[in-house]
Design a protein around this ligand. Structure first.
Ligand SMILES: Nc1ncnc2c1ncn2[C@@H]1O[C@H](COP(=O)(O)OP(=O)(O)OP(=O)(O)O)[C@@H](O)[C@H]1O
Ligand SMILES: [Mg+2]
Length: 235
């Protein structure tokens, strides 16, 4: 359903990602892993429409996305939880969620916000609180919640667990499991390789803007030397 064909993307003439081929099956959970600067965020942002495609093509549900603006990619079902969360700190939890559903009817908004509160009851308790005063974990929940308000079929999450306590990481991954059950397709950028492998079916490793390994999460789990080779760490 998502296909990257020979994708190069970047900033000005600089290619952050080069000749990337990728195919995500509908309803699959995929982990995108790589060292700092490998091009993980650039990949997600080019799919969402925030980073320029320099060469190659991106297709989603058979639509070529190259010339499609960010807001129309959202309408097609693509939502991004960006690195650093990018919430509006001076707006409340509810206002941040409203922004995620700006193109939805009142009725869809109500349905969607209830769904977000079911997944993250803590956000309901803090509905009036300013996003900037939430804890790191609550901010990540809000960032995911805001993306879900758009009713995506493909959710791109950049650095899901970065800076969060283990308990909160577990909660976020429970939500990922739930979204997976509901049939959502996910592409998750993670530093926490172990956690990512628990939920993912497919794993991709990027190094200096190029895909250097792709395979089943199970194979990656059974061959930790893969991670040592490409990331200098053990899973
Ligand atoms: N706005 C920008 N302008 C110019 N170059 C950029 C910009 N953003 C990222 N880059 C460069 O693109 C390359 C890939 O960066 P990217 O942020 O995609 O990596 P990443 O894998 O997400 O890294 P990290 O793990 O640190 O988040 C890096 O060399 C980076 O310096
Ligand atoms: Mg990044």
């Amino acid at each position: 359903m998502l296909v990257l064909e020979n994708l190069s993307c970047g900033y000005g003439p600089f290619r952050a990602v080069q000749s990337l081929n990728l195919k995500l099956e509908e309803g699959s959970v995929n982990a995108l892993i790589g060292a700092n600067g490998a091009g993980k965020s650039s990949t997600l942002m080019s799919i969402a429409g925030h980073v320029k495609i320099q060469e190659g093509k991106v297709f989603y549900k058979n639509n070529e996305l190259n010339q499609i603006a960010v807001h129309n990619r959202i309408r097609l079902g693509i939502a991004l939880v960006p690195e650093g969360r990018r919430l509006f700190p001076d707006l409340s939890v509810e206002e941040n969620l409203k922004i995620g559903a700006y193109h939805k009817s009142k009725q869809r908004y109500s349905t969607n916000i209830e769904r977000v509160f079911e997944l993250f009851p803590r956000l309901k308790d803090r509905i009036e609180q300013l996003a900037g005063s939430l804890s790191g974990g609550e901010q990540q929940m809000l960032a995911i919640g805001r993306a879900l308000m758009a009713e995506p079929s493909l959710l791109l999450i950049d650095e899901l667990s970065l800076g969060l306590m283990p308990k909160i990481i577990d909660q976020c991954y429970e939500v990922i499991q739930e979204l997976k059950k509901q049939g959502m397709t996910l592409l998750i950028v993670e530093q926490n390789t172990k956690k990512a492998l628990e939920v993912s079916e497919q794993v991709l490793i990027l190094e200096s803007g190029r895909k250097v390994w792709e395979g089943k999460a199970e194979d990656a789990k059974n061959n930790p030397e893969i991670f040592e080779a490409y990331l200098g760490l053990s899973s």
